[in-house]
Write a protein that binds this ligand. Structure first.
Ligand SMILES: C[S@@+](CC[C@H](N)C(=O)[O-])C[C@H]1O[C@@H](n2cnc3c(N)ncnc32)[C@H](O)[C@@H]1O
Length: 137
């Protein structure tokens, strides 16, 4: 499946499979922290780029279990927990919405090596060289 087909399918999933009410009235809302805060107030989980299984083959090739992984703009995606369950445990997650970070911290509290921080991508507070892999979308 080409990237274009995946994006197109995702669009139709959003429209057809009950995601219509989740779409903001303007695309510019995606650039608005209040939009994410209010969305994460009630939404339990959503994977914007698809499921972990879709990428697992490539991720298994690219990652090493000892890697320190940084997920920027993690949202409430299942990608980080699935990485953890697949043996890539050292996942640090940041998002500027406190609502989602608090929710995820509680949800995955038993996964001790997973870290969750409310942090703006534009003002990250990690020392240089802290991570082997950075993922964001
Ligand atoms: C399209 S969602 C993707 C969420 C998740 N990565 C996924 O794939 O499902 C974008 C995420 O980036 C976060 N975000 C946007 N701008 C940010 C910023 N400047 N700093 C931190 N997080 C940000 C939003 O709160 C939201 O969770």
């Amino acid at each position: 499946m080409t990237n274009e087909t995946v994006v197109e399918r995702r669009y139709w999933e959003l429209l057809v499979l009950g995601g219509m009410e989740r779409l903001p009235t303007k695309n510019s809302s995606y650039n608005n922290k209040e939009y994410w805060d209010s969305r994460f107030y009630s939404e339990e989980e959503y994977d914007w780029l698809g499921s972990y299984e879709q990428y697992q083959r490539h991720l298994d090739d690219l990652l090493h279990p000892s890697d320190q992984i940084l997920m920027i703009g993690c949202g409430n995606s299942t990608m980080s927990s699935n990485l953890h369950f697949s043996g890539f445990k050292k996942v640090t997650n940041i998002d500027y919405s406190e609502n989602v970070i608090e929710r995820m911290k509680k949800k995955y509290s038993e996964l001790e090596e997973m870290k969750w921080y409310t942090m703006d991508i534009l003002e990250m507070k990690f020392s240089s060289g802290s991570f082997d892999t950075i993922s964001g979308y």
